[in-house]
Design a protein around this ligand. Structure first.
Ligand code: MF3
Ligand code: CO
Length: 289
């Protein structure tokens, strides 16, 4: 089923193929013939879909903004969950984590040596000096958005503060590595280089992901990858950059009782920030942070 130049483009723009994705497809084909992994059409988002994800992101950002205003020592992570649930539903969205593969809450809250997927609870109270990742994801009108931020509670040690700041820098280094016709492995390589240069390690087993009409789409995005490897970065490819950076060793384990929460094996602190981006003709566009 080959599209002719004057047929309607596969992307649904209504334009002729030759005026829309034909040149891009030809370029992708050259990489594919050389053995490069290339994204299938279904992973490439159209301007309408990007618009849909940005609307979803308005809610996601509002949740994190509101958490940022209210978060303080003495607050339980259950209260953070409630803020996210109320803001999301109040704006017409659905919290994506709620009931996702059995996850019981609306947001992930991961404190200190918790790497990710911490479950909010009225028994977990924030204390002065904690660092916490709040990972928020929204469904709005069928479109997903996903981002996370670190918050520092009260008087945080210089060591923890540095971990939080360097992890943020890692995300920005990863972002700067996003270039059309580059490779996905370039992103993880940039992240890993900055983390290790600062004496930290990057979690290997858990990564970012494609996103759009599903919470987790292809590609899987590792953050300990080699430059020049992995999927071709084609305009419209949309994914998260969300490295988990450990102050100590990279090894992790999962809480056997709840089946969700991931901890550092050595008990060292871990930080994570998450942004959601799309590849463009000349670089990238930030969709959610
Ligand atoms: N928000 C996480 C991510 O960044 C996924 C959490 S899955 C959940 O991909 F079920 F724990 F919410
Ligand atoms: Co994510």
């Amino acid at each position: 089923m080959k599209l002719g130049p004057n047929d309607a483009c596969w992307c649904g723009s209504g334009r002729k193929y030759k005026k829309c994705h034909m040149m891009q497809d030809e370029k992708v084909r050259l990489f594919k013939d050389k053995g490069v992994i290339v994204p299938p059409h279904k992973l490439l988002k159209t301007p309408d879909m990007i618009e849909g994800m940005k609307r979803s992101a308005v809610i996601n950002r509002a949740c994190l903004d509101e958490v940022g205003k209210q978060i303080r020592a003495g607050m339980t992570t259950e209260e953070i969950d409630k803020i996210v649930y109320e803001v999301t539903t109040g704006m017409g969205g659905i919290p994506a984590p709620l009931n996702y593969e059995g996850f019981p809450k609306s947001v992930c809250t991961s404190i200190n040596d918790e790497v990710c997927h911490g479950i909010p609870s009225d028994e977990i109270e924030l204390i002065d000096g904690d660092i916490i990742n709040v990972d928020c994801s929204t469904i709005f009108n069928g479109y997903f958005s996903d981002s996370s931020r670190m918050f520092m509670i009260g008087d945080v040690s210089p060591e923890r503060r540095r971990l939080v700041e360097v992890t943020r820098e890692c995300v920005m280094k990863g972002l700067e590595a996003v270039k059309p016709w580059g490779r996905l492995g370039d992103v993880g390589a940039a992240v890993n280089e900055h983390a290790t240069k600062n004496g930290y390690s990057v979690v290997r087993e858990i990564g970012g992901h494609g996103i759009g009409l599903e919470f987790h789409e292809d590609p899987w995005v590792g953050f300990t990858t080699k430059a020049g490897t992995g999927m071709l970065l084609v305009p419209g490819l949309t994914f998260t950059i969300e490295p988990m950076v450990n102050a100590g060793e990279a090894d992790i384990f999962c809480d056997e009782d709840n089946g969700w929460t991931i901890y550092t094996e050595d008990g060292s602190d871990s930080a994570q920030w998450e942004i959601m981006i799309t590849v463009t003709e000349d670089g990238y566009e930030l969709i959610c942070d």
